[in-house]
Write a protein that binds this ligand. Structure first.
Ligand SMILES: Nc1nc2c(ncn2[C@@H]2O[C@H](COP(=O)(O)OP(=O)(O)OP(=O)(O)O)[C@@H](O)[C@H]2O)c(=O)[nH]1
Ligand SMILES: [K+]
Ligand SMILES: [Mg+2]
Length: 443
């Protein structure tokens, strides 16, 4: 148990979104909350009960009227005394109120993630839950929200705590075997059982890592590039899928030069769809660069849509790509019916014909990449790296059966430490700045 000396400052921030808004929530945490609240509202309301009252400046000017909530530490988000002022969400109202708060001694604006960091330091949550909350705030798709919710609920922490318990138990059994090694009646099978259990554990971690690999599409998204000859209708396709005028469309060949990317939400998975310059031989310097970019984007894409104008097919060399490649025939509205070509999809970016089928297939493609993942999934590179290290230590302990038992037990101890770093139970001071600075202000 860490003895908590407490933070000297009271911090505050606008915790609700961009102004103007109907209501703006200003959140405070720290040792001076009672004084600040009493000065502004004239009283400290009962904990967790909303009070409607005027908010005064220190010179008794009424700044606004609104709801006030007080949370008495340790029964609060951060574990300290906390308060929330619900103001009218006007720029000037909020601005004046924040200046008023800065005027109190030892009160200052919060750094990004500082509320959550205090909650972590005060033992209100482990690191995975803190990260889950940050992900919940930044989730843009349903899939991201579901994953973040699962992490924020503590499911990941429970899983790793369970694994650490297994490791500790294994070490305890090895210790016992070491202690009684001289006695004749100790069954030699104790440690054999331990190694069996450890092999199972390493297999569990492997499956968990594979889930994490698949789940990374929720964070990194699926990348789709539209490639084809000039005037195939690539920009028209991008606009049709995005439902807005993102790229310039014209009958002039060579209109698009740069990569134009839109972010879509298909089946809860972020999908990045990129329009590119039409592929052709050209002397134009700028267009040349654009074509190089198109080819390199195609090379790194998960899926390439090779778009062709069915009314006047113009074969282009399919780009080199490690991903999937679909031949998509465009301008179905102009094409002679049943031209006998082997298109995977026939569409008209102009009339919208065939678009539902193409978008549906892209959605299934993205869903297949995520695959079916377990209930609890590592959501960050940081978790994956530490899990990989933990598994490596366990494997060393299991495989090196010629090593003295003490050394094999030491590998298990290290495995357990790596797991402890994920949840923040073991020496993580060095990474806290990096983790919490990614949070938004007011969280
Ligand atoms: N009839 C018909 N015309 C289309 C269709 N899709 C695109 N076009 C037309 O084809 C022309 C070229 O369209 P773009 O979307 O600019 O083609 P692009 O492939 O982006 O061309 P570049 O950027 O120059 O490589 C425009 O005049 C479009 O209106 C379609 O489905 N049917
Ligand atoms: K064009
Ligand atoms: Mg274009």
């Amino acid at each position: 148990m860490i003895t908590q000396l407490g933070f000297p400052d009271t911090i505050f921030a606008l915790s609700s979104g961009r102004l103007p808004s109907g209501v703006a929530v200003i959140r405070l945490s720290g040792p001076h909350i009672r004084f600040v609240v009493e000065t502004i509202a004239g009283k400290v309301p009962k904990p967790r009960m909303a009070a409607y009252c005027p908010f005064h400046s220190r010179t008794s000017e009424v700044l606004d009227r609104g709801l006030l909530l007080f949370f008495s530490g340790p029964h609060s988000f951060t574990g300290e005394d906390c308060a929330e002022f619900h103001l009218h969400g006007g720029v000037a109202v909020v601005d004046r109120f924040l200046r008023e708060l800065s005027g109190f001694e030892n009160c200052r604006m919060a750094e990004p993630g500082e509320f959550t960091r205090r909650a972590f330091t005060n033992g209100k949550m482990d690191l995975t839950i803190a990260e889950g909350l940050a992900d919940l705030v930044s989730a843009e798709t349903e899939g991201q929200r579901r994953l973040a919710q699962q992490v924020a609920s503590g499911a990941q922490r429970d899983l790793y705590d369970g694994w650490r318990k297994e490791l500790i138990q294994a070490r305890a059994l090895i210790e016992a075997e070491l202690d009684f090694a001289d006695e004749a009646d100790v069954p030699g099978s104790v440690s054999a059982k331990v190694w069996q259990a450890m092999e199972l554990l390493s297999g569990q971690i492997s499956r968990h890592l594979a889930d994490g690999q698949r789940a990374s599409v929720f964070r990194d998204g699926v990348h789709v590039a539209i490639i084809g000859a000039p005037n195939a209708g690539k920009s028209s396709l991008l606009n049709a899928v995005a439902g807005r005028d993102v790229a310039i469309i014209s009958e002039e060949a060579g209109t698009t030069r740069d990569l134009i990317e839109v972010k879509l939400d298909l089946g809860g998975i972020p999908v990045f769809l990129t329009d590119t310059a039409g592929l052709r031989e050209t002397e134009g310097q700028v267009e040349k660069i654009g074509i190089e970019r198109a080819r390199s984007r195609a090379a790194s894409a998960d899926l390439v849509l090779l778009l062709e104008d069915m009314s006047r097919p113009e074969p282009v060399e399919p780009p080199k790509s490690g991903g999937a490649l679909w031949r998509v025939g465009n301008k179905q509205d102009l094409a002679a019916p049943a031209s006998g070509e082997e298109w995977d999809f026939r569409i008209s970016a102009r009339s919208g014909e065939g678009m539902d089928a193409l978008i549906g297939a892209m959605t299934r493609f993205a869903e297949a990449k995520a695959g079916s993942i377990g209930d609890v999934v590592p959501t960050r590179r940081r978790h994956m790296d530490l899990l990989g290290e933990a598994r490596r230590e366990i494997e060393e302990a299991v495989e090196k059966d010629n090593l003295p038992l003490e050394l094999r037990a030491e590998h298990l101890r290290r495995a357990s430490q790596f797991l402890g770093r994920i949840t923040g139970d073991v020496d993580v001071e060095d990474i806290l700045d990096a983790i919490f600075s990614q949070f938004c202000i007011g969280k």
